[in-house]
Design a binder for this molecule. Structure first.
Ligand code: HEM
Length: 559
């Protein structure tokens, strides 16, 4: 989803005060959305803004006395770091130059595999402060009393393009928060958008393959991903969000964040409610239009975030929660565990605030090696049956054991701030477990214990296990609500942005089906899009009729 729209949006809409912004609206942010002018390059060099101490000249002047002696990794002092051990003036370099060999070998291993998705990211440290007593719905200790502080590490990202790609590419933008709580790490691994493209993890690799560059040309190709989406009507809601200006945020600071899935909250009496989490940006929600994106420097979002932290202008978000009892969930007209839907109309309650106030000292050690995982849950927060969340519980920790290594959780960025007590051991780069002889359980020699109070809450499953889609699908309703809530200029941008990518698709079948989905979301959206990409409306109407008559068979055929 990289192509920016070319439309220049002049309208600038003022941001509502926070109190109003928190009121429940039809969709996530339409009342708070602002499209802003093209960003300027950062006025000061990033290194200065981020607190790296001064220019090279200034730092050279400040260094006094003897510099530290360089050593090899074995600690032995190095005698030559500029000239290899060569056999005479004209002779070859000798293999016995262990300083050279070690230096090149370490350099050769500087990279780890980049994330398979969300490879381009920026991290910051900060603090979360609970503002409410949430013990009525969860025993999670970080929400135990107002004022309680929990350190956090946050990573913002784009999804599809590689580590060096522009941060302003059209994409959902990742908003992942690691809470170092006193009962272990809780990772809320979300996006700036409140919903997702698909509702079953089994489709995720296919979707990502279609969105990533072609394995033949190595270029991203709308022909490929719109072919995928033409078989995925439930993506319509996410597509109208991503192709709106929300897909190109003006700043990481001006994005809201969403946990997207429902989670199960459990209180100390074992009572269950289901919850969705949302971060509301105190900076407002501001986006770029296509014209502004085209002018934005590739690192603009990092420059902006690190610049504001260096200036002491710390960005802040309010953490909001929606809760519903199991009985209330049943009354919804859609599946409450379908992540292509928001819980519209369910009130939000503020439970905390987060401030980012520190740029990590080293990008690789913190941001690149960070391992956020939906499986990192704490007592009081459990998974819901959301089929996407269930797949994510496996996928992240699995990829991180491959991407970083078996001992990924021992790295400072990932290490809990509480003692880790278990019998896991060995693996590459094991260094942190100390002297252990009793590495089994149970043992009377050296006891470890488990408290049943921390066991997952029991729940009843009474169902036939089968591979079938969910029954209440409703793929278009919320997409239409989102479109109708946009301001006229934002509607025009959405049509322009969509037409930019859909217009280059060569298959008329794919174009007609895609327009038929947008038409079912909203007739005006479909009609304007059809006109923009020259798709005959009678073909679209036929596709709509066909969809309606075959929708059940279509889903049945995908099992
Ligand atoms: C079944 C569906 C999904 C699968 C299998 C999946 C898989 C992955 C994988 C393998 C990574 C790389 C992790 C790493 O290397 O550390 C990742 C990153 C990420 N995913 Fe997903 N994902 C899914 C859906 C989602 C959804 C629905 C969201 C938003 C709610 C999301 C948000 C993120 C974010 C924010 C990151 C980057 C985390 C970071 O900053 O390190 N993903 N995903």
């Amino acid at each position: 989803m990289k192509r920016p729209s070319q439309l220049l949006l002049a309208a600038t809409v003022s941001v509502l005060p926070t109190s109003l912004a928190l009121a429940q609206t039809a969709t996530q942010v339409e009342d708070r959305m602002t499209t802003v002018a093209a960003p300027m390059a950062a006025a000061k060099p990033l290194a200065d803004q981020a607190g790296v101490s001064g220019t090279v000249d200034a730092r050279a002047g400040a260094s006094s006395g003897r510099s530290p002696q360089m050593t090899r990794d074995n600690g032995a002092p190095i005698g030559s770091n500029r000239n290899s051990l060569a056999a005479g003036d004209m002779g070859p370099v000798l293999l016995e130059d262990v300083t050279l060999i070690e230096k090149l070998a370490r350099f050769d291993r500087e990279r780890i595999p980049e994330r398979v998705v969300h490879a381009r990211g920026t991290g910051a440290l900060g603090v979360f402060r609970s503002t409410a007593d949430l013990s009525d719905v969860t025993k999670a200790s970080l929400f135990a009393q107002p004022g309680k502080e929990t350190p956090v590490f946050v990573r913002f990202s784009t999804v599809i393009h590689p580590a060096g790609s522009p941060e302003t590419a059209r994409d959902p933008h990742g908003f992942a928060v690691k809470f170092y709580s006193d009962q272990g790490n809780w990772d809320l691994v979300g996006n700036n958008l409140p919903i997702f493209f698909i509702r079953d993890a089994i489709q995720f690799p296919d979707m990502i393959h279609s969105l990533k560059p072609s394995p033949v040309t190595n270029k991203q190709d709308p022909n490929r991903f719109f072919e995928f989406f033409s078989g995925t009507p439930e993506a319509t809601n996410m597509l109208v969000h991503v192709y709106s200006n929300l897909g190109t945020p003006a700043s990481y600071r001006t994005m809201d964040g969403n946990g997207v899935h429902a989670f199960k909250l459990v209180n100390k009496d074992g009572k269950v409610v289901f919850a969705k989490f949302r971060w509301i940006s105190r900076q407002g929600v501001k986006s770029l239009n296509g014209d502004a994106v085209a002018k934005a420097p590739a690192n603009f979002l990092t420059d902006d975030l690190y610049g504001s932290i260096a200036a002491g202008d710390y960005p802040t978000w309010d953490l909001m929660v929606q809760t519903m009892s199991p009985e209330e969930l049943g009354a919804l007209p859609y599946n409450p565990f379908d992540d292509t839907k928001e819980w519209l109309g369910v009130p939000f309650r503020k439970i905390g605030e987060m401030t980012l106030n520190e740029v990590p000292e080293n990008f690789f050690r913190w941001t690149e090696q960070s391992a956020f995982a939906p499986a990192n849950l704490v007592p009081g927060i459990e998974p819901s049956p959301d089929r996407m969340l269930q797949g994510r519980l496996f996928s992240y920790s699995d990829t991180q054991r491959y991407r970083v290594g078996a001992n990924v959780m021992d790295l400072p960025v990932n290490k809990p701030r509480v003692p880790v007590v278990n019998n896991y051991q060995d693996g590459a780069l094991d260094h942190a477990r100390g002297k252990v002889d009793v590495n089994y359980f149970p043992s009377v020699t050296e006891g470890k214990s488990v408290d049943p109070a921390f066991a997952p809450t029991p729940y009843k499953i009474d169902a036939i296990a089968r591979t079938a889609p969910i029954s209440k699908t409703e793929p278009f309703d919320q997409a239409g609500q989102f479109y109708r809530a946009l301001k006229p200029a934002d509607k025009a941008d959405l049509v322009k942005n969509l037409a930019g990518d859909l217009g280059v698709v060569t298959s008329m079948r794919t174009k007609v089906i895609m327009v038929s989905y947008f038409t079912q979301a909203d007739k005006d959206l479909g009609t304007r899009l059809a006109k923009a990409i020259k798709v005959p409306m009678n073909e679209v109407d036929r596709a709509v009729a066909e969809y309606r008559s075959t929708v059940d068979a279509r889903y049945a055929g995908q099992q």
